[in-house]
Design a protein around this ligand. Structure first.
Ligand code: GLU
Length: 442
């Protein structure tokens, strides 16, 4: 690598929701620039007027900001149209490109005047940071078209001009652009720009090895944000699509990735996207948040949906059980913690459903449980404190006969946390009240 200041870029086209692969490309460019004290910028390639939409431009800024991958500079390709035309004209003037009158492709009765590059032909070789030397014979490309007219340069031309003007030193992008590279090198040489270093990242594949798609696989940032993935986790997981540190370590912050990532360690083979693994990453990163941070994220995620007043009491339980913020919100909406509310009612049959004893026996057990719980000091009324007293009795008498009615008495639900966790969450007074209420029902 030469000693020039490193300049990298991501060049997304605003044609739809942001694909997670675009964020991975941005991430690797960002990290590479940071590692070399360089600059990383975003260029929105918005010159395809038919396919672009302003809302997708906004989505690009929003998504990068959400991910925390902030560029040093940002601009839009459309701001450079005059410059593209100027260099196109100069290429024609120098004889390296020429105007060519030809029948229009979709309507041969009309003629157009396109601009073709004088292709010297021969083998173009470039060394790719990920894939090593790549050689392509460009002779068959012939004098390829670089502009629809002298005023309307094509995409490859615009990219080369923009990268050249910005002094991009490293063009790091997805593998699907490998086939564009020889063509872009020929344009770049005609224009006299210095050739950047290229690096092409492996594709992200679905488990069936098809290309991971937004439509089929929901692979957009928006989709994962809406499910309650957090950016720290997404970034961490995306970095692992094609890279690993060569150790067992998996959890990395963005700063740690900057320290550890190495482009030489990128694999060539396609990287298989595994949503189960990504959920695991999300859970781990959620666990790293403080209670306050977790609550803030949940509040933001919930938006208009109100959160229950008892949230603080059940927070650790909720965090333990939720891999995403969406799951946490769903658990609250499903009433999984409704036992925290003041009034609960019982389905009488439910109190016995899993107990394997009759009502009289269940009632007798609840009576005994009450006596034992009464003997515990309020300050010791924890999950461990109550378990220590009740569990030996339950083991001796048959666990289901004792613990099932107790748990349903405390939660009113078929499914709930274990009875000792419930004791701790409800406190001594409420616990005893509920067991008495359930006994009456029995
Ligand atoms: N605009 C291209 C894309 O959306 C990127 C081109 C490049 O990185 O050179 O894939």
């Amino acid at each position: 690598m030469n000693s020039k200041k490193v300049i990298t870029r991501i060049a997304p086209s605003p044609t739809g929701q942001m694909h997670i692969g675009t964020v991975r490309t941005a991430l690797f460019n960002y990290i590479f620039a940071k590692q070399h004290g360089g600059t990383y910028f975003v260029r929105i390639e918005d010159t395809d007027r038919e396919r672009n939409k302003e809302e997708w431009v906004d989505a690009i800024w929003r998504d990068f900001e959400w991910c925390g991958i902030l560029p040093d500079k940002k601009y839009r390709q459309s701001e450079h149209i005059e410059r593209h035309k100027e260099l196109l004209a100069s290429l024609v003037a120098s004889g390296k490109a020429y105007l060519s009158k030809e029948p229009k492709k979709d309507d041969p009765s009309q003629t157009v005047e396109v601009v073709r590059l004088k292709n010297p032909g021969g083998v173009v070789t470039f060394s790719d940071l990920v894939r090593g030397d790549i050689s392509v014979d460009t002779t068959d490309l012939g004098d390829f078209v670089i502009a629809r007219s002298i005023d309307d340069p094509l995409y490859h031309f615009a990219v080369v001009v923009d990268d050249g003007d910005a002094g991009v030193t490293h063009v790091l992008r997805a593998e699907e652009h490998i086939s564009n590279t020889p063509r872009q090198i020929l344009i770049l040489e005609a224009l006299g720009f210095e050739r950047p270093v290229y690096g092409h990242f492996p594709l992200i594949l679905a488990p069936d090895r098809s290309k991971l798609s937004k439509r089929k696989h929901g692979a957009s940032i928006e989709n994962y944000r809406a499910q309650g993935f957090i950016p720290e986790a997404l970034i961490n997981y995306l970095a692992f699509l094609g890279w690993n540190p060569g150790t067992e370590e998996e959890l990395f912050t963005l700063d740690e990735l900057i320290e550890r990532f190495s482009i030489d360690k990128l694999q060539k083979a396609g990287a298989i996207f595994d949503e189960v693994k990504m959920r695991w990453f999300n859970h781990e990163h959620l666990k790293k948040l403080s209670d306050q941070e977790f609550t803030e994220r949940l509040v933001t995620f919930a938006g208009e949906t109100p959160l229950p007043p008892y949230l603080g009491h059940i927070l650790s339980l909720l965090r333990e059980r939720s891999q995403t913020l969406g799951e946490a919100l769903q658990a609250l909406a499903d009433g999984e913690f409704a036992f925290m509310e003041d009034n609960i009612t019982y389905e009488p049959a439910l109190l016995l459903k899993g107990a394997k004893v009759d009502a009289a026996a269940a009632k007798a057990h609840l009576q005994k449980v009450t006596e034992m719980l009464e003997s515990i000091e309020s300050t010791n009324f924890t999950a461990e404190g109550t378990k220590e007293v009740i569990f030996p009795y339950a083991t001796e008498q048959g666990r289901s006969g004792v613990l099932w009615p107790m748990r349903v008495a405390l939660s009113g639900k078929e499914k709930s946390p274990d009875p000792f966790t419930l004791c701790a969450l409800l406190g001594k007074e409420k616990t005893l009240e509920r067991i008495a209420q359930a006994s009456r029902v029995l």
